[in-house]
Ligand binder design. Sequence first.
Ligand code: G4P
Length: 300
Amino acid sequence: MNYQWYPGHMTKAKRMMQENIKLIDLVIELVDARIPLSSRNPDIDELGKNKARLILLNKSDLADASCNKAWMEYFKQKGFHVLEVNAKTGAGIKGVQGAVKEACKEKIERNKKRGILNRPVRAIVVGIPNVGKSTFINAIAGKACTKTGNKPGVTKGKQWIRLHKELELLDTPGILWPKFESQEVGRNLAFIGSMNDEILQMTELAIDLLAYLMVYYKEELTKRYQFVQEEWTPLETLAQICENRKCYKKGGEPDFEKGASLLLDDFRSGRIGRITLERPGQMTESNGNEVIGSDEKGIT
Ligand code: G4P
């Protein structure tokens, strides 16, 4: 299957970020904990260079807890500040202020030395569509936030949200579109539902997902759909899911399309369990470097 995105939107969003980046001290980048590399846009490193960086592994509630830990370690080793969060429930959000302070320590110190004491850290929240930027901004800002109005040099209409005297957020999330370095990245985005399902062949996608789940999450699959056998092919497993969920066509044969949608929906909403689709030990970065660290499950 060929995965497509909509590059038309990209230029405008990138321009917005380039215009504002000079006003920013810190880039808060949200990634999807289920696919921490595929849900990044490689341009962000260029855009955010010389800025403090904080990565939030969002939707951590849907991802494998041991993989979350491994990815946290991975990003730390790369020099990022990193936190595991669930923007939807607010879990982990309390830790963000401390992480921001830590990430901007040098800048705050420098300001102090120059006698600038009341200048808050200014941050922008970036990430690909649907990663949870708006949910995060709402979670961190809550109702107590005050909009501080336009500032000189900021594109007209841009608003800053003052969270407290030390941190302001640009309230427009920076939308970055994923860049497909490979078909694998496209497929991972399709798995989590970041692509229009109408343009995808759901049965093919479900079979690819099952091929992965049958290796790493067989127990979870068996628990949800019963009797998933080691020797089955992904198609046989899909047939089992159809049977388990009574997805039949008129003649009584399995309705694979329906079973596929059901499986993907179960996966995306966390009903199969907490699942991570990328493991540090098995990934190759966009620059071709292998992502180091693995055990038999592919994680450190
Ligand atoms: P965006 O601004 O980056 O485009 O994303 P947005 O905040 O709109 O979030 C996209 C979807 O992801 C929303 O679900 C949101 O509730 C969900 N979401 C955000 N953060 C988390 C998280 O940490 N965990 C989980 N499980 N979900 C999260 P939706 O289906 O569009 O709406 P709804 O189901 O919340 O009504």
